[in-house]
Design a protein around this ligand. Structure first.
Ligand code: HEC
Ligand code: HEC
Length: 280
């Protein structure tokens, strides 16, 4: 408990610790207060040095950084939760069980300002505080965590009651995940992200079992182009055809989408080796 409080304090000193429920806040363009890190560094032309691709991640070292922080980087768990399952009040994602290559890619892209954290304005600075080895270690740790795939499912009733983020209809979202919206040329999310969004690593991250508020935020960012680090513009193309209603519906279904179907007990979670991998 004590350690957790210290972690919270460390995050607070970053000066951006706050509750982000509201869509206005989440969608607001980065300004001096919401994204202090963005001014600091010039975007690097190559976000991931090729030598970094050869580094092997050490999950134990990653677990330590996750819980205690390192140097300028605060403990990740102060915002991503003790078990890395994310938090809807802060708009943070679940990291536990996500792919190694995908997580490491995001850390490099935050560090190079190719992706901007407009939700709390902290991730760009945090990623810059991590060395190449730290990035590999933390990604290896999170990829190795085997929590129940639905442990992070958001409590939609609570979010609805809080009233700052609209909550969609799961049954409408299910259709989009499995079949897309043929009339609008929206492909099925599962055609890239696998059954119920359980992930097709290394390129397509797990989106099933992800936090509701985070999913809504990211889909809106892909839609308005404020997140543009997707290979080949795949997500921007998909999200540009989604209405806000579609986004709420698809996120409502995905947050608690079971990763396997009835009668198919195949374990979908196959952690990637935390070693060299394609930087897609
Ligand atoms: C002060 C709060 C805070 C702390 C501390 C924090 N994060 Fe984050 N993190 C966030 C927020 C907010 C987002 C979502 C950004 C957005 O909406 O684009 C995020 C997003 C991420 C993502 C993107 C995940 C995805 O699915 O694309 C990664 C990876 C990540 N954080 C890793 C870390 C690591 C590693 C640490 C510790 C060294 C850490 N974070 C510490 C707030 C925090
Ligand atoms: C054509 C392939 C493709 C399709 C179809 C697709 N996606 Fe994606 N999606 C991607 C790729 C690639 C990424 C990873 C982007 C990156 O590397 O940052 C991604 C990332 C995401 C993320 C961000 C995950 C995170 O942790 O930050 C969300 C949310 C998402 N997709 C939702 C959806 C939804 C909802 C649908 C269906 C409406 C969908 N995607 C359909 C290719 C696709």
């Amino acid at each position: 408990m004590r350690r957790f409080l210290t972690a919270l304090l460390a995050a607070a000193t970053l000066g951006a610790f706050g509750v982000v429920w509201s869509e206005e806040q989440a969608a607001a363009p980065a300004d001096a207060t919401s994204a202090p890190a963005a001014e600091a560094a010039a975007p690097a032309a190559a976000p991931m040095p090729t030598e970094a691709l050869t580094l092997t991640g050490n999950a134990e070292a990653g677990a330590k950084i996750f819980a205690e922080g390192k140097g300028e980087a605060p403990p990740c768990m102060s915002c991503h939760g003790e078990k890395g399952l994310g938090d809807d009040n802060m708009g943070t994602p679940r990291l536990a069980g996500q792919g190694f290559v995908y997580l490491r890619k995001q850390l490099y892209e935050f560090a190079a300002d190719r992706r901007t954290d407009t939700t709390m304005g902290v991730m760009n600075g945090i990623a810059r505080a991590l060395s190449d080895q730290d990035k590999a270690d933390i990604s290896a740790y999170e990829a190795s965590v085997h929590e129940d795939a639905l442990a992070a499912a958001s409590n939609l009733e609570e979010i609805k009651a809080a009233g700052s983020v609209q909550v969609g209809e799961k049954h409408l979202g299910k259709g989009i995940v499995l079949y897309g919206i043929p009339g609008k040329n929206v492909p099925a999310c599962s055609s890239c992200h696998q059954f119920n969004g359980r992930g097709a690593l290394p390129v397509y991250p797990a989106i099933g079992g992800q936090r509701y508020v985070y999913l809504v935020n990211q889909l809106k960012k892909w839609k308005d182009g404020s997140r543009a680090n997707d290979p080949l513009g795949q997500m921007r193309a998909v999200a540009s055809k989604l209405s806000d209603e579609d986004i709420y519906n698809v996120a409502a279904y995905l947050t608690s989408a079971p990763p396997i179907s009835v009668g198919n007990s195949r374990q979908p979670h196959q952690p990637e080796p935390a070693v060299a991998g394609a930087a897609h």
